[in-house]
Design a binder for this molecule. Structure first.
Ligand code: FA5
Ligand code: MG
Length: 452
């Protein structure tokens, strides 16, 4: 099991290269058009996005109030805002969480030195809109445009799309936070004076950036030829132990069990994955490494060194909230969603399993007695207790959905929504209606209310 988790998690970028001929059907002449995120694209032989996948665009679970993925996003952003400040006291990292998920092949692959024959480009692995455009397979796709625009430290948060099998830790649409931290020599060496960044022997030129080198299992994973070992080690230490272990401990507490695993990414060298011990297994939560210097050079940055990482928000949320299955993050079931609240980001609940039997929702509205109002003579908590005593565990949630004061009579009316669901069987609507009636009449007896 341990191995399966790791190998599946690593599948996208690590697998060796393979000839694309079989899956890359020649582009056909445009036969129709596709409208995605407000732009129109001509389809071709590469088009493989499905209406189902397109329906996820704009869902923005990472921005939905009280959604666990939004809570994780805020925790990550708060950590970076709190831990890293510039000399003027402002946050060092800027955050982009609404970038268009439609990207070009150049953004997703070429800019990141992903070899032309790399398996991650295959039609069988990505959702292509046409030969030139796809739904980003990682938020790292925005890296070069942001660095070229002058940014040194940033986070990009958003959903990514991959054609993958679904299991408890993999889903074809999931969320990533990708980050870059670029430092000048002065900045990195301020705390650790001494070492040079670049090898003395290095001429300063790198292979023609237009030529994307074949990926190589033989690439030296200790460091890039241009960097000194000292600079790489300082950067590695800063990235792993300050930034990423710092984040991990901020999220999960000081006793969290983690380990580093060496890996390969085309855009970083050396590269690692961070795994966290969760439910008796090692779960890969992020990939990271020292940025390939060619990428920085192409983006107009010549004298600095950078680190980059990409973390899966669902994986973090699974550990933080104890959610056993990644599919739950797409649930619209209020039994799931109502468990999380961003009111207190540092006192987060553990997930309580929800029943897989269907919910039945019934509203109950009543007039309060004259001169009684909510929290002035009538407490919703009293009503919740009454419901629990009548219906027991058949009730999953109760919420006050409406309050109203009649302009003429001055009487107050309230409406409660009661969600019924049994843990062991499907409730019939008739059975629910019967209980609902009992709640109504108990309310009349206990609170002297008038059912509307
Ligand atoms: C990447 O996507 C790299 N772009 C990360 C990176 C960025 C490395 C910058 C170096 C520098 P990877 O495919 O391993 O790497 O995905 C990163 C994380 O996304 C994983 O560690 C995991 O937490 C999450 N992840 C990957 N695939 C899935 C999936 N199908 N479902 C849910 N989460 C996933
Ligand atoms: Mg991976």
């Amino acid at each position: 099991m341990l191995l399966t988790l790791r190998v599946q998690g690593a599948r996208h970028w690590v697998k060796s290269t393979r000839c694309l001929a079989s899956s890359a059907a020649p582009a056909k002449s445009p036969s129709s058009q596709l409208e995605v995120s407000g732009s129109t694209y001509a389809t071709d032989g590469w088009t493989n996005v499905t209406p189902k996948i397109l329906s996820y665009l704009g869902a923005n679970k990472h921005l939905q109030t009280d959604h666990p993925l939004s809570i994780i996003r805020q925790r990550i952003v708060n950590y970076f805002y709190g831990a890293y400040r510039n000399q003027r006291g402002n946050p060092l990292f800027s955050v982009y969480d609404q970038m268009n998920p439609v990207v070009t092949v150049q953004q997703n692959f070429d800019n990141l030195l992903i070899p032309a024959d790399h398996v991650s480009r295959q039609k069988s692995d990505c959702y292509y809109i046409n030969q030139q455009h796809l739904l980003r397979a990682h938020t790292t796709a925005h890296q070069v445009e942001l660095i070229s625009g002058g940014l040194d430290n940033f986070l990009v948060v958003g959903e990514v799309y991959r054609r993958e099998e679904i299991d408890s830790t993999h889903y074809p649409v999931f969320h990533q936070a990708a980050a870059v931290g670029v430092v000048t020599k002065d900045e990195l060496l301020e705390r650790n004076p001494g070492p040079e960044f670049f090898e003395e022997m290095w001429s300063g030129t790198l292979p023609d950036p237009k030529v994307i080198l074949p990926s190589s299992k033989f690439m030296d994973q200790t460091k890039q030829p241009c960097h000194t070992l000292e600079a790489v080690k300082l950067m590695e230490h800063e990235m792993k132990h300050h930034v990423l272990v710092g984040l991990t401990k901020d999220l999960f507490g000081p006793r969290i069990k983690y380990r580093w695993v060496d890996t390969y990414f085309p855009f970083t060298q050396p590269s690692w994955e961070l795994e966290i011990y969760f439910k008796d297994n090692w779960l890969e939560v992020l990939g990271c490494g020292i940025m390939r210097h060619e990428i920085l050079q192409r983006s107009g940055v010549h004298q600095s060194i950078g680190y980059a990482f990409g973390v899966g928000l669902e994986r973090l949320a699974m550990v933080l909230f104890d959610v056993p299955d990644i599919r739950l993050f797409w649930s619209n079931d209020s039994g799931f969603l109502s468990q999380f609240s961003e009111k207190d980001l540092h006192n987060l609940p553990k997930y309580k399993p929800i029943s897989h039997y269907p919910q039945c929702t019934n509203d109950l509205s009543f007039w309060l007695p004259q001169d009684i109002e909510v929290d002035a003579g009538f407490s919703p908590n009293d009503f919740y207790d009454l419901v629990r005593s009548v219906a027991g565990d058949m009730v999953e949630q109760i919420s006050l959905v409406d309050k109203f004061k009649h302009p003429k009579t001055g009487r107050s009316s309230v409406c409660f929504r009661i969600v019924y669901r049994h843990m062991e069987r499907t409730l019939t609507q008739a059975e629910v209606n019967e209980i609902h009636k009992q709640i109504a009449s108990a309310s009349v007896d206990s609170f002297n209310v008038q059912i509307r």
